[in-house]
Design a protein around this ligand. Structure first.
Ligand SMILES: [Mg+2]
Length: 345
């Protein structure tokens, strides 16, 4: 068995099957699974459930003190439904399972539930079940996120075509910088540091954007940026058997990252490429000025934004154009099974 997280997922895909099954189920290999309603006994051919599971584990995804209990609950749901958004599905139902250490009080549990309730209200999701288990110490929570897909062709990671334009639906780099500030115990006092920590603590699933993309049949492929732009673009290219060139000057680096890098001497673009947990959507669509305008207007209608950041190519590893120089894009994404991981990156 291989060491890395992604290699293990590939082995599991070979063992259990992946992609589209003959009955229309899409299994391992994308942001979420797709289940035709008819497989679950429904009479209609069209409707499909989109299902994914995600975890937040103390000591791995966060350290005690990084998140308030309500933030933990809210964050769990938004992160879970980000994968549903990436498939173009409407958030619908959730199940939440928790493992609760002895130090966690009834008050903490209630506050956690309040965060879950806030996220449910924000996305119009219903909590329909879950599980509670005790453990020695610490806290883990797992969400099963279920959405409804009404698009006739699913919005998958695969499907990007050479010459497609590459877009993202939000600023990049802030959450990972926020984690760094918390991990290193740096001051959160500057306005930039506060904004970065806030981006980590309060992610939001771009589900309105996902629905907008689902309504545009000409959008070819999508993924959410959870591992970092470079890593997730790599996943999209690998799934579609294509390459990509990013335009370094067009990438929407978080303004707080720019300010923070000015204070600390880091490179804002590097941070935007490597930083994970942004939970914006990354997608590929034909390079057509009219369609691009339609896209921007559609996103503006709900206060969303899109940035065009590059072009899909026929092959080759993803690269980036930085000030006229083309460089290979190194995926710095977080691998949960990489050797030498201590708690949190
Ligand atoms: Mg994802």
């Amino acid at each position: 068995m291989s060491d890395g997280e992604f290699a293990w997922i590939q082995e599991l895909a070979a063992q259990f099957g992946a992609g589209r099954f003959p009955d229309g189920v899409y299994g391992i290999g994308d942001d979420a699974a797709i289940i035709p309603a008819k497989v679950m006994g429904a009479s209609t051919e069209e409707a499909r459930w989109v299902v994914s599971v995600d975890s937040q584990v103390s000591g791995v995804h966060f350290q005690p003190g990084w998140l308030s209990w309500p933030d933990m609950g809210r964050r769990l749901l938004h992160v879970g439904f980000s994968d549903i958004a990436a498939m173009g599905a409407l958030p619908s139902l959730a199940l939440v399972s928790v493992e609760v250490g002895v130090e966690v009080t009834a008050g903490h549990r209630q506050e956690f539930a309040e965060g879950i309730a806030a996220a449910c209200a924000e996305m119009d999701v219903r909590l329909i079940g879950g599980n509670v288990s005790g453990r020695k110490e610490g806290f883990s929570a797992h969400v099963t996120a279920i959405g409804v897909l009404e698009r006739s062709a699913p919005l998958l990671r695969s499907g990007a075509l050479p010459d497609d334009a590459i877009f993202v639906t939000g600023h990049l780099g802030a959450a990972a910088a926020g984690v760094e500030i918390l991990r290193d115990g740096r001051s959160e006092n500057s306005s930039a540091a506060q904004a970065l920590v806030d981006a980590y603590r309060h992610p939001r699933a771009h589900w309105r954007g996902g629905l907008a993309l689902a309504g545009m049949s000409w959008v070819h492929a999508a993924i959410d940026v959870s591992d970092g732009l470079a890593a997730d673009l790599g996943h999209l290219c690998q799934a579609g058997g294509v390459g990509a060139v990013l335009d370094g000057g067009a990438i929407p680096v978080s303004p707080a990252v720019v300010e923070w890098c000015r204070e600390t001497g880091c490179d804002p673009l590097d941070r935007a490429l490597a930083g994970g947990e942004d939970y914006v959507l990354l997608f590929a669509a034909p390079p057509n000025a009219l369609k691009e305008r339609e896209l921007k207007e559609r996103f503006a209608s709900f206060g969303g934004e899109v940035w065009r950041i590059g072009t899909i190519t026929a092959s080759g590893p993803p690269s980036i154009n930085r000030g006229g120089k083309q460089e290979h894009l190194t995926p710095h994404g977080y691998d949960h099974l990489a050797r030498g991981n201590d708690a949190q990156r």
